[in-house]
Ligand binder design. Sequence first.
Ligand code: DGY
Length: 439
Amino acid sequence: MIHQDLRPAAEEVLRRNDRGAFTAPSPRQYPHLWLWDAGFAALGWAALGDFERAYREIRAALRGQWRNGMLPHVVFYEWPSAYFPGADVWRSDLAAEAPAELPTSGITQPPVLAFVVEILTRHDPDRGRAAAFRREAFPALRAYHRWLHILRDPQGMGLSLLVHPWESGMDNSPLWDAALARVPVGDLPPYRRADARWVPEEQRPRSADYDRFLALILHLRSHCYGESGVRTSPFRVYDVLFNALRHRSEEALLAMATALGEPTGEIEGWLAQGRAAFQAYLWDPAREFFLDWDAVAEARIPVIAAGGFLALYAGLATPEQAREMVARYLTNPEAFAPDGGTRYRVPTVSKAEPGWEPRRYWRGPIWINLNALIAHGLRRYGFTDLAEQIRADTFALVARSGFWEYYDPRTGEGLGIEGFTWSAALILAWDLLEVPETR
Ligand code: DGY
């Protein structure tokens, strides 16, 4: 249950950021629809009892779907805006598969929508409406996961390949430092970032990162976002967080297919591939952690980041692996646990990493979506006390500072943008994220 005193303020944030058809993550900093933000926002609306509004959020994300199945990470509702890189940079009109009337980006973001739709339709008290929405959304969600398995698995690894750090959602994580350093910048057109207008520069990605973010967009765009651009991208990574959320979504797709009387064989095949690939490629026995795989360097990325714990949310760790990850990292004050220096759980990156920066975006601050997913993963494996501790820390952070985009794990100070949608939505919807298999 949410602390009753946080509920009105959380609701106020959602209503303030509501643009009618979609909820902006922040109307100034992120004025359009972002894919995984839309999923978390929908959960927030459902927690307020407004399932119609939650379904509208999902419909707005699905309206951006490309004919090949891809769900883009940004749908440019309310374009033009001051956001960079905007629709004029992405130029989705160059891709034959993109929607004709609605500009979008040309990459995706962590696949949360299927498990969100499963949660919404499981909790909606109007069972007829829930069944109708499940029937409506299922084909688009299945098409998206087909795209993830076919077009984004060119080597048949059983994992989906990312071709831009933004696809991971963790834009400037130290996970990408080595892989991004190899991205040639070439002759970039002059550009002006808009993101440091509202947020101090020291809390945002560096300019060298932005050069590479843009260079990667221009590479993919020059291939009209087709398969050749994916194959030749200088950034190609199999990420644990992304693929764990894909797996969790496919568990949900299987439940939905069963409820709808749809064939289940294809989805069961995806689940089996994902389970095998996590063990074959991503588990690092020496470090006792799930690590990302750099497909350009053909090696695991030796960075311990909180996204690794999402393997628990997806049920992808063996009980032994889960115990090792918790003992060696999550409860270790030199890695993720409080130590006097940090007071709150869970920093996005282990404090032992040389790239750890507690105030810079995805390089160390606490994010509420990761905390919620980690806590429910822990519950799935029986670590209920630790899950409760993370929940208590998260609610304490919000009670202390408000609904910020991210938080300094040393002080609890809010960072980034204030009034951030998913921070409010997930405080409201924390309990909804529980994995049914936990019970
Ligand atoms: C941003 O603009 O910072 C986004 O995270 C990119 O999608």
